[in-house]
Design a protein around this ligand. Structure first.
Ligand SMILES: C[S@@+](CC[C@H](N)C(=O)[O-])C[C@H]1O[C@@H](n2cnc3c(N)ncnc32)[C@H](O)[C@@H]1O
Length: 291
């Protein structure tokens, strides 16, 4: 069995990790870090004149709660839901693609990439579309390891194909670009808030960073996108502490949460990969997401 098949079974099989577990119990995403994230997504929807948001890979639906409080209609999509034929409004996929199992490969001493098997040993030589993907997006040398992004590209293309005119889709994830792929890949696990070995036995989350550039779309860092949407980590002035202590404390706490979302070596370093349908929508999205 390939590592990818074992990964699929471990996360989404009948007794898989995501059939039993809540993401927030095992790792922290932007939606867990602060409601400022959801408020910025709401602001993006309003700037685009969209009143509907589709949240793909919604987890426990924390993002939707913030968006509904802002007057938006939200459709949460999780494992047992069909992706609708047509996707209208603002489509968000926060940390969805990194959980889509993909082939993991290692280059042997002769420089041939080989699929990793479920027991983490090298198996058959990579051929066909997977080889073409590696040649284009992630070439390697003996001893290197890579994750083939084709499965993520295909899932994201399925979203973009369904996108209605006037709509915008944004994939938000940790990732890398062709110019700086990690030579040994990024496959890892998470259990109870800690990183662990990615053993495909259903006891942990298994994830790998996303090749953001192969998805197609415009890439902006989360830091730049959130700043453009008005998220600021500026601390309140000290004299506010005297004048209005409760407001000072609330603004201080908000600045701390914003700093976590904007941190270039953490959540702020995530990529937002967006696609808009229609020339006017492209212009508006570009304006909304540029600093
Ligand atoms: C890392 S969690 C992110 C949850 C949430 N978006 C957040 O930011 O906290 C990934 C989620 O994607 C869901 N997921 C994975 N594959 C999916 C699919 N094909 N359709 C819908 N949801 C999926 C998983 O069940 C899991 O809840």
């Amino acid at each position: 069995m390939s590592f990818r098949a074992a990964w699929q079974q471990a996360l989404y099989g009948p007794d898989g990790f995501y059939r039993r577990e809540r993401p927030a119990a095992h790792f922290r995403t932007s939606v867990h870090a602060s409601t400022l994230f959801g408020q910025a997504i709401a602001r993006l929807a309003h700037l685009l004149d969209l009143d509907e948001v589709v949240d793909i890979g919604a987890g426990s639906g924390e993002l939707g709660k913030v968006l509904r409080a802002d007057g938006l209609t939200v459709l949460d999509i999780e494992l047992d839901d069909e992706l609708p034929e047509r996707l209208s409004g603002l489509v968000i996929a926060n940390e969805w693609l990194d959980n889509i199992p993909c082939e993991v490969v290692e280059w042997d001493d002769e420089g041939m990439p080989r699929y990793l098997l479920a027991d983490a040993t090298p198996g058959p030589v990579v051929k066909g579309n997977d080889l073409a993907w590696l040649d284009r997006w992630w070439p390697g040398t003996p001893g290197d390891r890579a994750e083939i992004g084709a499965a993520r590209d295909e899932s994201w293309a399925g979203v973009i194909d369904r996108l209605a005119p006037g709509s915008v889709a944004v994939a938000i994830d940790y990732g890398h670009l062709r110019a700086a792929r990690p030579p040994y890949g990024t496959l890892t696990g998470f259990r109870n808030g800690r990183e662990c070995d990615p053993v495909p036995d259903g006891t942990c989350d298994i994830t790998a960073h996303v090749a953001l550039d192969s998805l197609g779309g415009t890439i902006v860092s989360q830091r730049d996108a959130l700043r453009a949407l008005g998220v600021s980590a500026t601390r309140p002035p000290l004299d506010l502490a005297q004048a209005e202590p409760m407001r000072y404390l609330s603004e201080l706490s908000s600045a701390g949460e914003a700093a976590e979302l904007l941190d270039p070596s953490g959540l702020g370093g995530f990529g937002w990969v967006w696609t808009a349908k229609g020339a006017d929508t492209v212009r508006r999205a570009s304006r909304a997401l540029s600093a």
